[in-house]
Design a protein. Structure first.
Lengths: 160, 108
């Protein structure tokens, strides 16, 4: 597995996203890494990220985790073979065009979840990804995300 | 966060209009325009096709100027409070008491 998370790469500087950004003081701070052709993320919810009942992870949070893990995987794929210069001064970011999530079973709140995403199709301006969320190796949710390439917005960490 | 809002408002629309709770089976979201932070937005949901066990909700995020920013469709499995009681730490009577606050409203 790669040592540096997509979220900690220079191209992610200035990312204020509540789920995946390092620059949001209230964020969930997920970390996504390559593991072969898959990207993986392990994350543990806080006790109050509940659904309508106390020990089940909120479905909206699950949607956010799948969305952001996939979009950051699109970032990772796009910048994987780019030069250091291009990674330091990213020309493009990715944004979610659409998200679909199937909730297969309740996700326990007291255990870490693992996200595993794969690129289904990668074109010049859009990337289609699939992602499953597991708890104790049981698949609890499955999603599909269409990420589209957009011009990089200059975040607080980027001077140009 | 947008998917979360659409999901929540859909659930509360079912509670408020149908006096029933559901479990999200599936949600699809199309992100049409950036939703700015620090501004008020309108999140709405409408009950679509339904049968005894399933309900479809159509939802949207709009600006206060009525611009469509995101739209969603979710499919819900309608469950009896006894089922929810089994997977939660809540009692069935608590759930029934809660739902009784929301009398069924006829669809327009």
């Amino acid at each position: 597995m790669d040592k540096l998370a997509f979220q900690d790469e220079s191209y992610s500087r200035g990312n204020c996203c509540w789920v995946c950004g390092n620059d949001n003081p209230h964020g969930l701070y997920i970390k996504s890494y390559w593991n072969g052709d898959e990207s993986v993320c392990t994350w543990k919810a806080e006790e109050h990220y509940t659904a309508g009942w106390p020990h089940v992870l909120n479905g909206g949070v699950i949607s956010g985790l799948i969305d952001c893990h996939c979009v950051l995987t699109a970032f990772g794929a796009y910048y994987r073979d780019k030069s250091t210069e291009q990674r330091e001064n990213p020309s493009h970011w990715f944004a979610t065009a659409s998200l679909k999530v199937d909730f297969l079973k309740p996700t326990p709140l007291d255990k870490p979840v693992q996200l595993r995403a794969r690129i289904k199709d990668m074109q010049e301006k859009k990337v289609l990804l699939t992602c499953s969320l597991f708890s104790d190796k049981e698949e609890c949710a499955r999603g599909e995300v269409l990420a589209v390439r957009v011009p990089a917005r200059k975040g607080p960490g980027q001077q140009n | 966060m947008i998917a979360l809002l659409l999901d929540e408002v859909s659930q509360w629309t079912m509670i408020g209009r149908m006096g029933k709770m559901g479990l999200t089976r599936e949600i699809s979201v199309r992100y049409l325009k950036p939703v700015p932070t620090g501004t008020e937005i309108v999140v709405e949901a409408k009950i679509g096709a339904q049968d005894e066990k399933n309900t479809v909700l159509h939802s949207a995020v709009r600006s206060t100027g009525n611009a469509l920013l995101a739209e969603g469709e979710s499919r819900w499995m309608m469950v009896d409070p006894s089922v929810i009681a089994k997977v939660s730490k809540l009692s069935e009577s608590q759930l029934r008491e809660f739902l009784a606050q929301y009398p069924v409203v006829a669809s327009p």
